[in-house]
Ligand binder design. Structure first.
Ligand SMILES: [Zn+2]
Length: 122
């Protein structure tokens, strides 16, 4: 438990300076721990804010996700499972249509040209 100032002042008033110093040390340690926890939490908040910003800007146009102002498709698996916006590299064309392979999770999506809603520019 974190010592409070009143506790320390009471000890000083009683002349219990050693006990007061111990409480001050405990208070300092607790403060350092709280500062560390606070900076870890701020880091987590930053990560979550980035995810939220991206989430708001990502639109699902089956079978891909697209970010605002970005016509290169993102891997739906990476986005939905890990909240990672991974662009597909330029697709490999086969007889069924372009084959998109995610560089991260290796998910392959064959997306026929006729269903494409956007003109992709790499
Ligand atoms: Zn992926």
């Amino acid at each position: 438990m974190i010592p409070n100032f009143k506790e320390i002042i009471d000890l000083v008033k009683k002349g219990a300076t050693i006990e007061a110093q111990e409480k001050i040390m405990e208070l300092r340690e607790a403060t350092i721990k709280l500062q560390q926890e606070n900076s870890e939490l701020l880091e987590k908040v930053k990560v979550l804010e980035k995810i939220i910003d991206k989430k708001l800007s990502m639109k699902f146009e089956s079978p891909f996700y697209y970010a605002n102002g970005d016509n290169v498709p993102h891997c739906p698996r990476c986005w939905e499972v890990n909240h990672k916006a991974i662009h597909y590299p330029a697709p490999f064309n086969n007889v069924d249509g372009p084959n998109y392979t995610c560089p991260q999770c290796k998910t392959v999506i064959t997306h026929p040209q006729r269903q494409r809603q956007r003109q992709t520019t790499y």
